[in-house]
Design a protein around this ligand. Structure first.
Ligand code: SIN
Ligand code: CO
Length: 382
């Protein structure tokens, strides 16, 4: 597996000194890096209906155009000053998904996806801010990257309705990236990458939910479960002389009533496990036409050279309390002692070989867990 060549840093130091604090360029972080996709393959993805893509081009200086995929052809963009960006390329290219491997020193739940861009000379999306942490890996070609520090005096610009940019900033990093170089950009740090020659860049993006998303999804969860429908208990009411007042202690009581839901560990953990494993982009999920029975699973395992693979980009995690549970793509499986080891393998999303599977499936609950995950289409047989 690929590993980051941290040079004089360690992942621990990186987290302490840079993560969410300072941008960093690691030259030659991946010595001998080879691109997991080609520009042609990326263009092919951008022709697909279900894959989100856009082309940002500049006809004249400061005259920006944004086109959304799917694209039928690319000739009209010419040889320079445009970039093609394909969201969640890792959902369609397992080799691109493998780029997430070196970042597993950060837990699954924070990792979102890998966006890939192909830029012609002069191409880029312009100076802008992102709300997320991102590692940008330079593949083929070279690009000039400038990164600045958060600065409230920067002006928000909208050179096109679909393109947010910021005014020029003072860079603290201004370097030319070459294949294998890795740039880390914390949230809200202005940055700008301009291609020098035809260039592929891989943006490993992280997710950090905001309160709007969390509260709204939590409310949906309560509705789904028909939970939280009991009403506020008010049996200790004392008389008031100022009925027009909503008193602080009553507000505190309502808040505590709401907080009870968050403090319900079973409910909250089930909600958050489901929420954080939902994918924000389409996945290549193929549900088997006829469900795989336990007998069928046994037959399959008696054949040779089979691997069980997770759908590329599918999100999984395990929550151990109050009782262990596996979450894949928003769905939950209750675990028991016997299924914990298999569930851990599944949550690590690494291919499973026939012999590994066989060692698990001699135990019925494991065989059931596996067929269930296969029948959802979240894992498949290769
Ligand atoms: C890219 O152009 O490859 C990344 C765009 C960005 O900075 O978010
Ligand atoms: Co960005």
């Amino acid at each position: 597996m690929m590993q980051i060549n941290w040079q004089d840093l360690t992942p621990e130091q990186f987290l302490k000194e840079y993560w969410q604090k300072k941008p960093l360029l690691i030259k030659n972080a991946f010595p001998g890096f080879t691109d997991p996709v080609s520009a042609d393959e990326l263009a092919g993805f951008a022709m697909e209906e279900e894959i989100e893509s856009r082309i940002i081009s500049q006809q004249k200086k400061d005259h920006w155009q944004v086109d959304h995929g799917p694209f039928a052809a690319f000739d009209q963009y010419g040889e320079q000053d445009w970039t093609l960006l394909v969201q969640a390329t890792n959902n369609w290219s397992p080799d691109t998904h493998a780029l997430l491997g070196p970042f597993r020193f950060i837990p699954n739940w924070r990792i979102d996806d890998v966006m890939v861009s192909f830029s012609t000379p002069g191409g880029g999306v312009g100076p802008h801010l992102d709300q997320y942490d991102v590692f940008i890996l330079q593949g083929q070609g070279k690009r000039r990257w400038q990164v600045g520090l958060p600065d409230s005096s920067l002006n928000q610009l909208l050179p096109h309705p679909d393109l947010k940019q910021v005014s020029d900033f003072a860079p603290v990093i201004d370097e030319i990236t070459e294949p294998g170089d890795l740039l880390y950009i914390p949230p809200n740090h202005p940055h700008n990458g301009v291609a020098i020659d035809n260039s592929l860049n891989y943006s490993v993006g992280f997710q950090a939910p905001n309160n709007q998303e969390l509260w709204s999804a939590f409310a949906d969860k309560l509705l789904d479960l028909d939970a939280g429908s009991q009403r506020l208990d008010d049996n200790a009411r004392e008389m008031t002389k100022s009925p027009e007042q909503l008193e602080s202690r009553d507000i505190a009581k309502i808040k505590a009533f709401m907080r009870e839901q968050l403090n319900d560990e079973q409910l909250f953990n089930d909600f958050i496990g489901g929420f954080l494993t939902q994918c924000h982009h389409a996945l290549e999920i193929l549900v088997p036409v006829t469900p795989i029975s336990l007998e069928k699973l046994e037959d399959i395992l008696s054949e040779e050279d089979i691997r069980f693979m997770p759908v590329s980009g599918i999100k999984s995690l395990i929550i151990s309390t109050p009782s262990p549970c596996l979450y894949i793509n928003g769905e939950a499986w209750q675990l028991e002692e016997k299924t914990l080891a298999l569930a851990t393998k599944l949550a690590q999303s690494l291919p499973l070989t026939t012999s590994e599977i066989k060692s698990f499936t001699s135990c019925l609950p494991n065989a059931q867990l596996l067929t269930s995950v296969l029948n959802k289409g979240y894992w498949f047989i290769e």
